[in-house]
Design a protein around this ligand. Structure first.
Ligand code: TXA
Ligand code: MG
Length: 350
């Protein structure tokens, strides 16, 4: 049991001795949660196998689910990968620091505990200034999954991290609300055609502009796929609220009618119901708890709010959740990918 210290970082906090203390914890094998532009990360020393074990224990995460190593400078990449192909340089130029994770063959420096036994390593350079300062202070290689208990929605506020990690880690750096709200795009560059294993803020179109042909791992969106996802983490039920979530898709007025009908049925069973709606539709639902994720066209706003809303439903002990669906063009794929996983792929078409 730790007495988890929560430190609020303002602009000047980055300069003072807080980062030095946080870095020291990591170098000595401890764990510190920190903000990134996507979600909060649970950091440990990426080159120390004991730290990886501690991360798995704190999250309650299966140890075959590999971690992402976060770096703060491109020059640091060489130490943890076998080689740096030219396309990696181009991707880094275009998207680093930022919400893109690359999978590459690992060097011997990276312990198998960090990569879940794989010969490849996931690497990302986040753009959040607190993350960059923290990585720098920690020796340059911070292994960090999202800082949630395995199976819960990823944390987008320090308070979410506190809910899941209090007593389990040494320190939480509170950098306020994150900017993006969904985990980074993962692209596998260890195979012939670069393949997206997890959709995110950096879309297929954006990657194709830099790389040419890019494939999308079919398991990321296909409802019926029996294949095992290539990112081991994507096979677990994930991001899930405690209530049973169902997505309803179709024309807006049909979706509203269907959700209202399902809500009435649930009330007859005495279930506590929550609805995930948009600004435009929220007034049209009969459920007592209706939450708007934002304006339907503002995909970035929807992405930023989704996980916090799922956690709010948990706090309110909602038993059944109905959600509108969000198949948009940009972040839409990432939003639907997370929502489908949270729903265990339960979707009603109407
Ligand atoms: O935005 C993010 O990526 C956040 C922040 C903290 O950086 N991190 C994050 O980590 O989402 P995590 O551990 O929650 O998700 C990492 C995903 C998992 O699905 C894991 O299976 C996959 O990346 N992954 C990691 N290493 C891999 C590898 N070598 N090959 C294939 N998939 C890998
Ligand atoms: Mg995660």
């Amino acid at each position: 049991m730790f007495n988890t210290e929560l430190i609020v970082i303002d602009e000047t906090g980055i300069e003072n001795n807080v980062m030095e203390r946080a870095g020291k914890i990591l170098k000595e094998g401890g764990l510190v949660a920190f903000p990134t532009e996507t979600v909060y990360g649970l950091g440990g020393d990426g080159l120390n196998k004991e730290s990886a074990k501690k991360i798995y224990a704190a999250k309650g995460r299966p140890s075959d689910n590999p971690l992402i190593i976060h770096i703060s400078k491109f020059e640091d990449l060489g130490k943890i990968v076998k080689s740096i192909p030219e396309e990696v340089e181009r991707l880094a130029e275009a998207f680093w620091p930022g919400p893109l994770t690359m999978i590459l063959p690992k060097s011997e420096q990276v312990p198998y505990e960090t990569t879940g036994g794989l010969d490849t390593v996931a690497v990302r350079m986040p753009s959040h200034p607190v993350a960059l300062a923290f990585i720098e202070a920690s020796g340059g290689y911070v292994a960090a999954p999202s800082a949630n208990t395995s199976g819960r929605p990823s944390p987008t506020l320090a308070k979410h991290v506190m809910e899941d990690m209090q007593g389990k880690i040494e320190m939480i750096l509170d950098g306020g609300s994150v900017e993006i709200g969904l985990e980074s795009t993962i692209v596998d560059l260890s195979c012939e055609v670069p393949t997206i294993l997890r959709p995110g803020y950096v879309t297929k179109d954006m990657l194709e502009k830099v790389l040419g042909e890019v494939a999308l791992d079919q398991t990321t969106l296909d409802l019926n796929s029996q294949e095992i996802p290539k990112a081991p983490g994507m096979k677990y039920k994930h991001y899930a609220p405690q209530g049973e979530l169902t997505i309803v898709t179709g024309e807006s007025k049909n979706v509203i009618a269907k959700i209202n009908q399902l809500t009435k049925e649930a009330y007859k069973r005495n279930d506590k119901v929550g609805v995930i709606a948009t600004e435009e539709t929220q007034s049209q639902y009969c459920a007592k708890i209706v939450k708007s994720v934002g304006k339907r066209r503002a995909e970035e706003e929807i992405a930023r709010h989704l996980y916090a809303i799922l956690r709010e439903f948990d706090e309110e002990q909602v038993e059944v959740i109905y959600s509108e669906s969000f198949e948009g063009s940009e972040m839409g794929q990432a939003i639907m990918n997370r929502l489908l996983k949270a729903a265990g792929h339960k979707m009603i078409k109407c």
